[in-house]
Ligand binder design. Sequence first.
Ligand SMILES: [Zn+2]
Length: 122
Amino acid sequence: MKPLNYCNECNKLLNGRSDKRFCDEGCRNNHNNRLNSVAYKNVKNINKILRINRNVLNSLLPNDDKTTVSQKTLLILGFNFEYYTHTYQTKAGNLYYFVYEYGYLKLENNRVMIVKNKSISQ
Ligand SMILES: [Zn+2]
């Protein structure tokens, strides 16, 4: 039994050749137009920045500990401080910026403390 094949655009079940990706030219065109749309490109660009940001934090924090580095270190590695996924404010009032599971807290003297998920002190 061969696996079922669905249209990449409208998800309708496809019959026939297993390498077929769309039900018709309309769906193929809609799909390609959507991929090339400005909105989609913006999403792709922002995802790329977030992915780089996450990689930078990950590279500086290989295990689950915290570490403190200078903002400059992050910038040199390609970190973009304007993009993050969410923030977390502790009861003490510290505002952490998160990029997925990695977070950072801006400290004095242009230093940054990097944490992973639950290693935030309250
Ligand atoms: Zn279709």
